[in-house]
Design a protein around this ligand. Structure first.
Ligand SMILES: [Zn+2]
Length: 108
């Protein structure tokens, strides 16, 4: 699956360029080590996902994002609809990341 090196979203194989950043997708994120990733619980929207991505980045935790609605939606309106976003984090730091996400959503 290709990734956007800028916003770290994962896209379907046939997508070549990130619709958000107009950046060419790469097969693998460079700084992403060869480890197993596991998803955090679904987020209600991209805004939350990007806030958490930022916190994880500051903590040096690699992650990538996947939007559930983005592909189907782009075919129809050009805009992502189903805005549920999932963040994938290293399996061995899943619990740590879960509590980060939990704490952040608690304070919104
Ligand atoms: Zn992007």
């Amino acid at each position: 699956m290709p990734f956007c090196p800028k916003c770290r979203y994962e896209y379907k194989e046939e997508i070549k360029e990130c619709p958000d950043c107009s950046v060419k997708l790469v097969a693998k994120l460079k700084e992403m080590p060869d480890i197993r990733f596991a998803p955090l619980p679904d987020l209600p929207g991209k805004v939350y996902a990007e806030m958490i991505r930022e916190v994880l980045r500051q903590k040096g935790i690699p992650c990538y994002l996947r939007s559930s609605g983005i592909i189907d939606a782009y075919g129809i309106s050009g805009m992502p609809v189903g805005d549920s976003v999932r963040i994938f984090v290293p399996e061995d730091r899943l619990e740590e990341c879960k509590s980060i996400q939990h704490n952040m959503l608690d304070h919104i």
